[in-house]
Design a protein around this ligand. Sequence first.
Ligand SMILES: [Fe+2]
Length: 896
Amino acid sequence: MVQSTVHRSSPAQTLIQWHKPFIFGEITAPFLLHQRSVIPKREKSFRVRHVSSTIKAVASSTEKSTTVKVVVTVLATAGGLLSNLGLTRGLDDISDLFGRSLLLELVAAELDPKTGSEKKTIQGYAHRTGNDENEVKYELDIEITQDFGEVGAILVENEHHKEMYLKNIVLDGFPHGTVTVTCNSWVHAKFDNPDKRIFFTNKSYLPSQTPSGLKKLREKDLTLVRGDGQGERKAFERIYDYDVYNDLGDPDSSDDLKRPVLGGKEHPYPRRCRTGRPRTEKDPLSESRASNVYVPRDEAFSEVKSATFAAKTVYSVLHALVPSLETTVLDPELGFPYFTAIDSLFNEGVELPEIETQGFLSVIPRLVKFVSGLGKNVLRFETPEMVDRDKFSWFRDVEFGRQTLAGLNPCSIQLVKKWPLKSELDPTVYGPPESAITKELVEQEIRGFMTVEEAVKNKKLFILDYHDLLLPYVKKVREIKGTTLYGSRTLFFLTPSGTLRPLAIELTRPPLDGKPQWKEVFRPSWNATGAWLWRLAKVHVLAHDSGYHQLVSHWLRTHCCTEPYIIATNRQLSTMHPIYRLLHPHLRYTMEINALARAALINGGGVIESSFSPGKYSTEISSAAYDLLWQFDLQALPADLISRGMAVEDPTAPHGLKLAIEDYPFANDGLLLWDAIKEWVTDYVNHYYPSETLVQSDQELQEWWTEIRTVGHGDKKDEPWWPVLDTPEDLIGILTNIIWVVSGHHAAVNFGQYDFAAYFPNRSTIARTNMPCEDPSEEQWKNFLERPEDELLSVFPSQIQATKVMAILDVLSNHSPDEEYIGTTMEPSWSENPIIKAAYERFSGRLMELEGIIDARNADKKLYNRTGAGVVPYELLKPFSDPGVTGRGVPNSISI
Ligand SMILES: [Fe+2]
């Protein structure tokens, strides 16, 4: 603990206490008034002068000292309303009036060389000096004696009754220049929590290089953030801790909403932020649900930024639009009677009833429009980009193949490395493992080109393989009304022009209800029945791909797996640690959007469960995917491509990789972004870690990595593939991996959701009915032959499912007005370091180049996977974007 030393006082005691401008104190002293009562006689001559009309005071001293002006900038809300700032009118106005609202305590960076203890801190009240629409200023003039040395930290006590959002504290007047303390943080009211907030200056230090006077404070700050793992977290707290996903179900409201705990041996899963809510009554393993889910205070930006726009729009859709739709559409299973009824969602729209939640709907003007003629709100969808360019592209096989490389889920396609195709599942449970996609069948499709063996050898066969992941869930899912499931394999052939041509789809049902395994292969066909069956089989596969995209490529691999990185970074790396400062912009806003997802998207009965094929087993499947497929090392783009057979190492090729499909837009653009991130991270890491020893001896860093591996991803802690962290290269690899996932990977799977999936015939989230050829009755088969279009419409989502998903995809694809794109915002601590500043400017420059390169690629007529008649160009990895649904733009972090 910081040593208490003799307090110096001033004749200010003769004034009313509110005017006391500064006091020397100790770091841990919680109450100033109590301290002052024991303040001994003054040691040196200090004088306080009351400046009329400005509640400001200036100190002077008889020893050599500097007068420093301290200016605290407090942010008002996004709307500029001071009342929303957290300042309670009344009591807090009185505090401001008498200048007792913000107590600052300056901490010397170095220990006192004479005593070896912390130097006395300098305290003083900052006075409110003015405000404009966006900011409120608090100021303090303070004298700092020469022997105090450099200021290393400032402690802040908020005497208001409500929290305040501190942007920064600037100290002006030192001979060596301005000192800035960037806060960007909520400071709790001292009435909620007597601990003072600790803010370090913008200089970054490895733990071993921490200035002597700050070492204990550095530790103390981390201890506070870790909390004690007890009790229910309160909204004003900033404690980061771990828990399992035990809050997805709602067993107290219905037995049908009981859900297994995700996280642990049975259902491995990453950890989420602990909230400490009480357990449910019916299931002691489940945590009760709440309308407001705790996230550490600075993760919830609702009052500060319009980046919150993202959270607000999602919230509005979930809490206002979806319930509103549910009252509009009485029969939840009602499908679309004609194709034109689907089109009407984009033309006429759906009239919304007037319900209590209407106020929320004004937040989503893109979706909900007031039609004055009707006097009502109408939900009307914008025409998605791909439909706008080519209304019928969804029907074509060429587009089906193209989207596996340049669509919404470009991370599932893989090379066929072994032939014949075979399941690894237990044949006694799931039936014969051999695929029905035989050599003969494939050779009929690629007749004239080559044999299957040659095709495999020459890397011409590719596959979407959802067989072994989904087959174990088929029986369970088929017990749910209104949905169905198969295991599936889709085989593609790489044409000489570099596009993928679908050859065959195999759908499999395991032995079920006394019936043997059923599997059938569908192919593009030249007779009407075969063509319709092929069309229907594609709906099933695309529903599998949609589910995998949303639950694995998107939710699991980005949102969910990132939460442990955020928790560990805050618990183990001091805010003055250079790696904390590198990662912080990439980890912002994610926990809040994840909490929202737990509350209303992936929860029991939520949008995902009610609209995706696997129903209530949806998140369980993401747990199975985490168990079977997720590896930290394979989140790195080059390793991911290699593991899927989409690339091999080649030192002579660009990025050191030779792609199996040259025109693979996600990989081509992604590797450029990956390289740019890696170069920036390399510059940064090499600056702070010029030697291996520094990495190995950095206790905070080592604890950080250990905690990610053994706690946040603890269910995978014994896996052999975790990278070690011994050298700067190891660190560069780990950090590049994390930053790529939250920026490039997330953007690639997130911001095209509306353009590619809102017109659900292109990729339905659910296939509700079995293939008409699976054990059909005579009547069913006859109906199919007579009205195959009815069969297609009945396999598609119901009206309520489709509209809910479309609305969600719209807001999830949206960039907020102040989105922070990668490479655009220099953190204050980086700009103060010329080497880091130059490296970041280089990074920004490379990203600007990337924009031009991607544009040029999209204009290259030979690249059929990204250009052509009616084709949506591949822009998802273009770094920058305007606000809105644009299908491009790579934000720094996962904020939606
Ligand atoms: Fe997302």
